[in-house]
Ligand binder design. Structure first.
Ligand SMILES: [Zn+2]
Length: 473
């Protein structure tokens, strides 16, 4: 079914990070999948004349589709079960324990192409049902599974063939002799949608990373990896590189930072590392960015990315789910957790910022902003409808409409997370040291589970270039 016009309360993110809100707004398409007008309804109605009366009312708020710049496809079947069976603070920390116990076996299953194709199909349906239409995903070390993901997912998705060679099972290691051939073949068929993916500095040593960097350079591809997630992981990783100044320095000296890298987490950073990152990825440099994952970082007890350090250095970042370390692919849930963990700690963590960081920011980072991220004339006629029990005309600002309307969160809920609030001490400890798996961490993750369940069926329709890609019946 095709859609050519829609009327409803509308959020339109702007390049400066603000959001324009129209309690009575609309979007008009050209019938070929492009936007010809958007904004306040009266102006659109005037263009349409008598045809305006026939335009359907949306079943909720209208916003640009979400884009998730850090998510693991093979972990989709085990989302929310990353730490299942892990207790307390095992040696090396819960992150490495969860990878070994739950994540690597799940990723190993994608060696079978039929299994991988089923996982990718389920991933596609589930992300569309949560309003996410593109992003940057990790597949596995398997070239056939990576090719399948690039074939099955929509073109707004980039996918990474994962490099891994040590501290991981034998069955989950890069096919070393085939690497150059495989990346060349993927790049030939899928171009810049292929991301050369360094699992993290613990699993990949310098020679293999440098081969990945050389391939990325040869085929003009970007790279992605993980950086400074947990304290124990940082200490262990740095012990593997006694000659490097820091975890971040490993990626700098091996050339990865020069490949428009998407760096996930960036929590346990020293001032030197922030400066290194800013020099390498600031505005005008290589187009690299940070994937900020508040649900994952809480769920695994990792910590909280220091938002003000990122903003002060004008490093681009997007909010991302990092599924399977999040129980849901919902970026609405991610927005809520972003506001909670930064509540009373960063003035930058506003509801408008949360919406910008899940729509236009990732679209810009991934080079999709000519089609997605906002409702500018000429972009694709793509939007999602998000159900609400609120009355859109009661809100006086975009921030208020996003928080209390779109997310259905009251300011009192956020105050519980502020320093001195009911859950504020736990967040402070999460930031200072991380939290071990146990009852205290469960207080925070239970709240996430409740939010995930509450927002789970809020997206009712996903429209891509004028065509209905998904609808809740
Ligand atoms: Zn990740």
């Amino acid at each position: 079914m095709t859609v050519e016009a829609v009327r409803g309360a509308l959020f339109d993110p702007q390049p400066d990070g603000s959001v324009r809100y129209f309690a009575d707004g609309g979007i008009l398409g050209d019938g070929k999948g492009r936007i010809v007008a958007s904004g306040a309804w009266p102006a659109i109605a005037a263009k349409l004349g008598s045809a305006a009366d026939a335009v359907p009312q949306a079943r909720g708020f209208l916003l640009p589709p979400f884009v998730d710049a850090h998510i693991h496809i093979p972990q989709h079947p085990i989302r929310g079960r990353f730490l299942e069976g892990v207790i307390g603070s095992p040696e090396g920390g819960p992150l490495l324990a969860g990878l070994n116990k739950n994540v690597f076996p799940a990723e190993g299953r994608c060696r079978d192409e039929a299994v991988a194709r089923k996982i990718i199909a389920d991933f596609r349906t589930d992300t569309l049902a949560h309003g996410t239409v593109g992003g940057a995903a990790y597949m596995t070390v398997h070239t056939t599974a990576t090719r399948a993901a690039l074939e099955q997912l929509d073109p707004a998705w980039s996918v990474g063939l994962v490099l891994m060679e040590r501290y991981c099972p034998e069955y989950l290691r890069t096919d070393d002799p085939a690497l150059e051939h495989d990346v060349a073949a993927l790049a030939r068929d899928f171009g810049h949608r292929v991301i050369v993916t360094d699992r993290f500095a613990g699993a990949v040593d310098t020679p293999l990373r440098k081969r990945g960097v050389a391939l990325a350079k040869q085929f003009n591809l970007r790279m992605q990896t993980h950086l400074n997630e947990q304290q124990a992981e940082k200490a262990w990783t740095e012990s593997l590189y006694p000659d490097a100044a820091s975890y971040t320095d490993v990626y700098r000296r091996d050339g990865l930072l020069d490949r428009a890298a998407i760096l996930a987490h960036c929590i346990q950073m020293t001032q030197d590392e922030w400066d290194l990152l800013a020099a390498a990825i600031g505005p005008g440099a290589t187009g690299a960015a940070i994937a900020h994952c508040p649900v994952s970082n809480t769920w695994l007890g990792s910590g909280v990315m220091p938002l003000d350090e990122v903003v002060a250095r004008r490093i681009p970042y997007a909010l991302c789910t990092d599924v399977g370390a999040s129980p849901t692919t919902s970026l609405l849930c991610e927005m809520v957790q972003f506001l909670r963990v930064h509540a009373g700690r960063s003035t930058r963590a506003t509801p408008s910022e949360a919406l910008f960081a899940t729509t236009l920011a990732p679209a810009q980072i991934l080079g999709l902003a000519d089609r997605l991220g906002s409702f500018d004339v000429g972009k694709d006629f793509s939007f999602i409808e998000v159900q609400t029990s609120a009355t859109p005309t009661t809100f006086t600002s975009a921030d208020d409409a996003i928080l209390r309307g779109l997310l259905e969160v009251e300011p009192a809920d956020l105050r519980r997370y502020e320093p001195g609030g009911e859950l504020g001490t736990l967040v402070d400890r999460l930031i200072a040291t991380g939290l071990p798996v146990g009852e205290e961490l469960a207080r925070l993750t239970t709240e996430i589970s409740k939010t995930a369940a509450r927002v789970d069926d809020k997206v009712v329709r996903t429209i891509l270039a004028g065509r209905e890609a998904w609808s809740r019946s």
